[in-house]
Design a protein around this ligand. Structure first.
Ligand SMILES: Nc1ncnc2c1ncn2[C@@H]1O[C@H](COP(=O)(O)OP(=O)(O)O)[C@@H](O)[C@H]1O
Ligand SMILES: [Mg+2]
Length: 459
């Protein structure tokens, strides 16, 4: 079905304008009505893209603003506002208009213009929805890893490449950044994918037990060894052995591990039989292994054996745009199991999430959102539920500032499209070259010197 065949429109107003309703219906919009926040909450809405029309002209309850806010932040609804005049709109709703709305119209409105804006808003909502679903499907992302930013795309490519080889891989990255997930992804995509994936956390097992965990033991090898037990290396035969937090491995175990890596054979503790094991080693560390080698806490020969291939896991704070994507994904998962209706993050929560530095990475994000989902009221997650500082209140932009930003954006984009050929830029923007020069000077835009037809502006 063509996505534009049925265009749902959510019309939020105390008093619906009958003439406008008729006109919009004729234009192919399928109208859903809500007169209050309660009615809005009761609507049987799917997550399909739709347009939204918020009528501030016919009055609304300012006390309800906090409850409306999450609705305006929803990516799959493209909003347009109806106001009496912009001056009559109080600061709170004006901020919302500026932040979340594709457009607004003053009453009495030009119905065709409103329909056009709704069309644009719907188109953008459709686009956001399609992007979100692609991320949700994670078609290119291995093993359920979420990430659209450049850093994660680089990681996915690196995972794809190292998966083709059978050499040891070292994954470096901060705690909670997803190293184990990356290790599983490498395993799944490798020729060993159908074999076992055995993880050993070298930091979590007491040093005295690590050797027996890794190599196993024979009956009677030590007091308490009542029967033979195969070690983790043996269990990984035919698959991948994931050595997590390898930087914390005691030197004694390092020596035994090195012997296995060199010979491909192990002996169980207390045993004499030498067993050949075919396992690929993927290891991970949050510590700087080179520094550990320099400090003689880590054997340099083992280090070189382990990091034939290297993968760097980016910390969450460097994943531009992905933090919210991950947060929404996590909340969506929780939503499915939640006894209460969870609507989403308030815009303040989204700003707080973006402003936080995430020292605990994805694990911290998971924990904060799980906590917040349980603590939030009315289904809206606020900064306090996440235990995050509320972000500094941003002043709503003035009309002049909005216009100036739009002007700068339009000029820059046109310059890029026309390879900085000013005659074409001026023509496209519908202004004279003199006006273009003046505007560029005001915006401190310079054009690179050199090519014919280009001008260099100083200043
Ligand atoms: N890109 C990602 N997409 C989805 N979930 C992730 C991602 N990265 C990490 N996680 C989740 O975050 C948690 C911590 O990841 P983990 O791989 O254990 O981190 P590390 O091994 O680096 O400490 C896990 O629950 C994991 O599923
Ligand atoms: Mg880990």
């Amino acid at each position: 079905m063509n996505a534009y065949e049925s265009r749902p429109l959510l019309y939020l107003s105390r008093q619906h304008d009958a003439a406008l309703c008729r006109f919009l219906t004729q234009q192919g919009w399928k109208l859903l009505f809500a007169r209050s926040r309660e009615e809005l909450d009761r609507l049987p809405l799917s997550h399909q893209p739709m347009a939204g029309l918020w009528d501030l002209h016919n009055g609304f309850d300012e006390d309800d603003l906090d409850a409306y806010e999450p609705w305006f932040g929803l990516g799959h609804i493209g909003w347009v506002g109806l106001v009496s005049s912009l001056d009559s709109v109080p600061a709170g709703p004006r901020r919302l208009l500026g932040m979340h709305f594709a457009d607004y119209h003053t009453q009495p409105c030009d119905m065709e213009a409103v329909a056009r804006s709704l069309g644009h808003a719907f188109g953008m909502a459709h686009l956001r929805h399609a992007n979100a679903s692609t991320a949700g499907l994670r078609s290119s992302a291995p093993h359920g890893m979420i990430g659209r930013c450049d850093a994660m795309q680089d990681l996915f490519r690196a995972i794809g490449k190292v998966a083709k080889w059978d050499a040891p891989v070292l994954i470096a990255g901060e705690s909670g950044s997803g190293k184990e997930l990356a290790a599983q992804a490498i395993h799944s995509a490798s020729r060993r994918g159908s074999g076992p994936f055995v993880a050993v956390n070298c930091a979590a097992i007491p040093p005295t037990l690590l050797l027996s965990e890794l190599f196993g033991y024979e009956r009677g090898a030590f007091t308490g060894a009542l029967k033979r037990k195969p070690g983790r290396i043996e269990m990984a035969h035919g698959g991948t052995l994931f050595l997590d937090e390898i930087g914390d491995m005691p030197l004694e175990s390092q020596t035994s591990l090195l012997r296995f890596l060199e010979t491909g054979r192990i002996e169980r503790l207390g045993g004499t039989e030498s067993i050949s094991i075919d396992a690929r080693i993927v290891s991970a560390t949050h510590v700087d292994l080179e520094a550990a080698v320099a400090a003689e806490r880590f054997r340099s020969d083992l280090y070189h054996r382990l990091c034939v291939l290297r993968v760097k896991q980016p910390p969450l704070r460097e994943r531009d745009g992905d933090i919210i994507l991950l947060a929404e994904h996590i909340l969506n998962d929780i939503r499915k199991q939640s006894p209460d209706r969870i609507k989403g993050f308030s815009p303040a929560a989204i700003r707080a999430i973006n402003a936080h530095s995430w020292p605990g990475n994805v694990r911290e994000l998971l924990n904060r959102i799980r906590h917040a989902a349980a603590m939030c009221e009315n289904g809206v997650v606020n900064p306090a539920d996440l235990d995050l500082e509320p972000p500094a209140e941003t002043r709503p932009l003035t009309l002049a500032e909005i216009r100036e930003a739009a002007e700068l954006h339009a000029i820059k984009a046109a310059l890029q499209r026309h390879h900085e050929r000013l005659i074409d830029v001026a023509e496209e923007l519908g202004i004279s070259r003199v006006t273009l020069f003046r505007m560029m000077r005001e915006h401190r835009l310079q054009v690179r010197k050199g090519e014919l037809g280009m001008v260099c502006l100083q200043g």
